[in-house]
Structure formats: structure tokens, C-alpha cells
Design a protein around this ligand. Structure first.
Ligand code: CXF
Ligand code: ZN
Length: 362
């Protein structure tokens, strides 16, 4: 079938809206009519995959309605409303241990760019497109997914809000609820108030007695964090955040989340921890943070990474959506909708800081 897609032909050039051909679903595949697709930072950095001459079809926060399913698919039916997330094999030791984000076959399943038999799911003018990004490539009117990355949701859910539970929101909320697990009395410091940090803040607000400190350079994001209920909001350009956090908490944060992946920010977050505290890192900034080994040992601190919020999406996404429906996780406050043809406007507004989570609408 033909559908419209937002392709990247060159990482330095604007995205282009083009008509592509999408293959019929194979036995294990699910054809989804995409209603909404969130834009995540990972989409933008992966534009390089399209270089030099092969377009790449990104998008890994898709949500929509199942159009048809292959003969071997039993868990999903046409008409189901679904959120698409990352793929996992379900059979490796990490999947068996309930940690699908760390699936040993993740690279092959999410980043190969073709089906395992090397056939293209998507072509443009007869030429293959690099497809299957996170098992979906959902910047398109239709996408092919599989049962392992398709989560059926309540048909009453707003798919434009639900879409980013597939990655960004589950990453932030899961880092708090699955990895850090703060309890009443905790002081959680969140570095970066983009989509992941803001979802983390909202998740922390669901745990009674957890207090939050948001560290963010952009004024608009600090203002939103305040509106979303952050107890303290700090501008690292203005003050020594380590000293401020020490004072506010009376000895250091009990928990911290670094959404920036910056070695400098991580080192600051580590230094601002109190005794026995943990900082979780979810961003892939790269580089080596300066961490004082004496402080690490003598204060019993922990630094750990966390992918996709350590989530088991088939249960965690419905749980988060339920919290949202009950008004306890107002992630709709983070979402701004754009027609898919306006992707460049969406990116410009996100870059300017006025938009936290741009979501493309088909
Ligand atoms: C990302 C998270 C950080 C590591 C690379 C993949 N996941 C989705 O955006
Ligand atoms: Zn993502």
C-alpha cells in the first residue's frame, strides 16, 4: 500500500514528506494506522543513519489503530488501539528476567533497518528505505510492528498523549518508579526538565511525601516544572546547585535523575547526593564524568544507568495510562500537537524551549 511518510534523506537537511510503499504485513506483523507519533531526541540523532543516499524512516513513539494482523498474531486484533514501543526477543536471559529493555537481540530487532531476511518493509520510488526503527518507523501514515512491541490500550485514551509512553514518558516515569523507587521523605533531584525529566517529576508526584528539586537552564521549562509541582526549581547558570541542594535537603539528595547524559551534569548530580544515595542516568551523552572514588566509597553512593525506565511495557504503559486517566500523571501538559507536515516547525519550537514533547498527528 502507499502512505505518506516523513523521511530523513540527510541529517543536515529538513525532513521531507513523501509518498512511500509499505509492504503487506508478514505472518508475525501488525499493520497499524498511525494516529500520532511523538518526536524523541533519539529520532534526531539517528538521522545520520540516512546518510549518504538512503533515506531513513524514523519515529519510535507511534500510537494508532490496528488495521490488520498477520496469520500468526493472536494477541492483537484489527480495531485495537495501540501504543508502539521498543522490540524485544522475549527469549534471551534479560527478557526472561523481565528486563526487555536490555534484550540481547535489541540491536538486531530495533536498529537493523530491514527485516531479518533483509527485505525492506518500506520503499520509495522502488528503492529501499532504512525502516523498522524500534520495530515501527512510525513517522508515517501506516507502520508495521510486531506483537512484542505493540501494547493494546483503552480505546478511550487520547493517542496523542499516549504515544510518548512508548519511549520518553516511560523512560522518565520508569526511572523514578522502577529504578529509583523513592519513598516518603525522599528528596529527588531531577537534572533537565525536557520530556523525560518532566515525566519523571510527574511520576515522583504520585508517591506521597516525595519532594523534588528540578535543575534546568531554560526559563520556560523551569516555569512549567514549578506549575507541575516541583518543590524547588534551580537555574544552574545562576547558582551553585550542589550547595543549594545541600542546604535544601540538609545533607544532599536521597535520589537523583540525570536526563542530560552530560558528564559534567552527572558529576554535579553525584556530588550533590547524600549518604547512601543513588543517581540514575538515562541520557547517552557520552564522555567520562569526574567521580571522586573516595566520595563514592565513603558516602556509599551509587551511580547506575537505566534504559527505557527499566519498564516491562506491556504492563507499565497501561499502568501509566491509568494514572493519567485518574488525573494523577498529567503528561498531557507536556504534549504539543503538530500536523505531520509541520515537523520542522515542531523541531524549531522544541529547540526554542517553548515545546516539551512535540507529537505529530496523522
Ligand atoms: C534511547 C535512550 C538512551 C540510549 C539510546 C536509546 N532510547 C530511546 O530514545
Ligand atoms: Zn526515544
Amino acid at each position: 500500500m502507499q502512505t505518506t511518510a516523513v523521511l530523513s534523506r540527510d541529517p543536515a537537511a529538513p525532513f521531507s514528506v513523501e509518498t512511500v510503499d509499505l509492504d503487506e504485513p508478514r505472518d508475525n506483523e501488525i499493520l497499524v494506522r498511525i494516529v500520532a507519533a511523538g518526536i524523541c531526541h533519539t529520532d534526531l540523532v539517528n538521522r545520520v543513519l540516512g546518510k549518504p543516499d538512503r533515506p531513513v524512516l524514523l519515529g519510535h513513539e507511534g500510537a494508532g489503530v490496528v488495521e490488520s494482523v498477520g496469520a500468526a498474531v493472536t494477541s492483537v486484533a484489527p480495531g485495537d488501539h495501540v501504543v508502539l514501543t521498543f522490540r524485544h526477543c522475549g527469549a534471551c536471559p534479560n527478557c526472561a528476567a523481565g528486563r526487555p529493555a536490555y534484550c540481547r537481540n535489541s540491536t538486531a530487532l530495533n536498529h537493523f533497518g530491514r527485516r531479518p531476511d533483509r527485505s525492506a518493509r518500506v520503499t520509495v520510488a522502488g528503492l529501499p528505505v532504512r525502516d523498522g526503527f524500534f520495530g515501527q518507523s512510525s513517522f508515517a501514515g501506516y507502520a508495521l510492528a510486531t506483537a512484542d512491541n505493540t501494547v493494546v490500550v483503552d480505546p478511550a485514551a487520547d493517542l496523542a498523549v499516549a504515544a510518548s509512553f512508548g519511549c520518553g514518558f516511560q523512560t522518565g516515569a520508569g526511572a523514578v518508579l522502577n529504578a529509583l523507587r523513592p519513598e516518603s521523605g525522599a528528596w529527588l533531584a531531577i537534572y533537565g526538565a525536557g520530556a523525560v525529566g518532566s515525566a519523571a517529576l510527574l511520576a515522583a508526584r504520585t508517591v506521597p511525601g516525595v519532594r523534588t528539586i528540578v535543575v534546568e537552564t531554560a526559563a520556560a521549562r523551569r516555569k512549567l516544572a514549578q506549575e507541575l509541582g516541583a518543590d524547588e526549581v534551580l537555574d544552574p547558570a545562576e547558582i551553585d546547585t550542589g550547595a543549594a541542594i545541600g542546604e535544601i535537603t540538609g545533607g544532599g539528595a536521597t535520589h537523583a535523575l540525570d536526563t542530560t547524559g552530560s558528564p559534567k551534569v552527572l558529576a554535579g548530580a553525584f556530588a550533590a547526593l547524600g549518604t547512601g544515595a543513588t543517581v540514575v542516568v538515562v541520557g547517552l551523552g557520552g564522555g567520562v564524568p569526574e567521580i571522586d572514588v573516595r566520595d563514592l566509597v565513603l558516602s556509599g553512593k551509587t551511580v547506575r544507568g537505566c534504559l527505557e525506565g527499566d519498564a516491562e511495557p506491556s504492563t507499565f504503559i497501561p499502568h501509566l495510562l491509568d494514572l493519567h486517566t485518574r488525573g494523577l500523571l498529567p503528561v498531557d501538559r507536556l504534549v504539543t500537537r503538530f500536523p505531520y507536515t509541520e515537523i520542522e516547525t515542531a523541531l524549531a519550537e522544541q529547540h526554542a524551549g517553548s515545546v516539551i514533547k512535540p507529537v505529530l498527528i496523522w
